[in-house]
Design a protein around this ligand. Structure first.
Ligand code: MN
Ligand code: MN
Length: 460
């Protein structure tokens, strides 16, 4: 850059353009923590349970009404095991608002149908109904794990997990061999594999019982019953799903990237949780929120359209004798969700000047939406100015962009729901390749910068 350019223009460079070996070590070390945490956290329930465990190890207590709360106190509010709010009380009055980082812990998956088992033609199939926006062909011919929770009529629950441990068996949805796929290959990609074809093979050996009608299904349930003491009818009252059966992996010879399932949006959930735990005590009350149901529109009692956040803040308002509306109006929220990174393989859908890049740092979005910013809140100029000053002052590498070209498509996050409560909200998060696929790609550098950004937001 010329001297005049340096004075007047923005410097556009990626994270590794100015190489710093200490920083690179921090980036690589942080990625190991993230990878470890992501083991066996492939449902919203398991992610929340592991987060509660980490919170408790760090002195957080489950909130009970009537607790006396003081600055420095650390509490958490679980919501049906699928959403979570963690709070560290600051020294300032709660009426001056909180610093909130909100993400979601659900990811696209293949939910089991209410009556999922079907024996046909020498095998037993597990029937699914997909959850969230997936490209169905991504989910065939890969190893899948069966995970989730079964609720028995007694009121007990049983956690099921088959396929995530190295020695476990896995499940899979078959694809058609190319030799016989000439008609399939002529179809539109959205129709090549249909929702009703997303049936995974569960078993093929019949149970040794002369009189039985559905011998293979019987064998499947027999084996499931041996392990978990459940029957076919118990699968009716269950939250079970199939998810990719592989752990997060380093990607690239330089190990700069991370590939794996569920990074949307657990990468933002993990980095915000870690930032909460690692940040020093602050004047502002810090809040980390994990919501559920984001991938299907945030509806439901664990989704962001519910009253969970408001009710939780109202509990706190009551404890401190302040008004809920004052907390909400004065709150600043980072809606932390992943975004699409520029991908040279699909350059045509991106506008390069306004698209985050892998290794470009934590990515901010002033707005989301589709067709003229529709269905989106927008961060004000004033909020963006505060955020960029905060990041620049603390050496956080960041970038700003949009989701693809204008009118190319679009999407949303939980930002608008928090903004509708009266808070100042901006979207930010980790840019991904292959979002919503079984193997989403993030950059370790960006993951670390997201963590750093949230930590600085919490007072560093
Ligand atoms: Mn997301
Ligand atoms: Mn998503």
């Amino acid at each position: 850059m010329s001297a005049k350019e340096q004075e007047l223009l923005m410097k556009k460079e990626l994270g590794y353009d100015s190489f710093d070996s200490d920083l690179t070590k921090n980036v690589m070390d942080f990625a190991e923590l993230y990878k470890d945490f992501m083991v066996n956290t492939f449902t919203e329930r398991t992610f929340v349970a592991k987060s509660v465990q980490l919170l408790e190890e760090n002195g957080y207590k489950k909130y009970e009404r009537g607790m006396s709360l003081n600055s420095g106190d650390k509490i958490y509010f679980p919501n049906r095991g699928r959403a979570l709010i963690a709070v560290e009380i600051g020294t300032e009055s709660l009426g001056s608002g909180v610093n909130l980082v909100g993400s979601h812990v659900d990811s696209p998956k293949l939910d089991l149908k209410p009556v999922p088992l079907m024996e046909a033609d020498g095998c037993m199939l597990i029937k699914t109904h997909y959850y969230g926006g997936i490209k169905k062909y991504n989910w065939t011919a890969i190893p899948l794990a069966l995970i989730g929770t079964v609720a028995l009529k007694t009121g007990e629950t049983v956690d099921v997990s088959i396929g995530l441990d190295e020695q476990d068996t896995v499940f899979t949805i078959s694809d058609l061999l190319p030799h016989l796929a000439s008609k399939q290959m002529q179809k539109k990609m959205s129709e090549g594999i249909t929702g009703e074809q997303l049936n995974a093979v569960g078993a093929t050996i019949p149970f040794d019982d002369e009189d039985a009608k559905e011998k293979i299904k019987l064998n499947f349930i027999y084996l499931l019953n041996e392990k978990y003491n459940i029957t076919e009818a118990d699968l009716i009252s269950a939250d079970l799903c199939l998810v990719p059966a592989f752990k997060l992996k380093d990607v690239g010879l330089d190990r700069s990237l991370l590939g794996g399932y569920g990074q949307d949006d657990r990468v933002c959930a993990y980095t915000s949780l870690k930032a909460l735990l690692d940040s020093k005590p602050s004047d502002k009350t810090k809040v980390v929120l994990f919501s559920d149901r984001e991938e299907v529109g945030s509806m439901g009692n664990t989704g962001m359209e519910s009253k969970f956040l408001e009710n939780t803040l109202e509990e706190l308002a009551d404890c401190f004798g302040v008004k809920l509306r004052d907390i909400l109006t004065n709150t600043v929220c980072l809606s932390s969700d992943v975004c699409a990174a520029y991908d040279p393989n699909y350059a045509e859908v991106f506008e390069k000047n306004n698209t985050p890049f892998l290794n470009g740092g934590v990515a901010f979005m002033k707005y989301t939406g589709a067709r003229g910013k529709s269905g989106s809140s927008e961060a004000s100029a004033e909020l963006v100015s505060k955020i960029r000053a905060m990041l620049d002052d603390n050496d956080v590498k960041w970038q700003i962009g949009e989701l693809g070209k204008v009118d190319e498509g679009g999407g949303g996050t939980i930002a608008q729901m928090v903004a509708n409560l009266g808070a100042d909200v901006i979207d930010c998060g980790v840019p991904l390749w292959s979002m919503h696929s079984p193997f989403e790609i993030s950059s370790k550098y960006d993951v670390y910068m997201a963590y750093k950004a949230y930590k600085v937001f919490f007072g560093a």
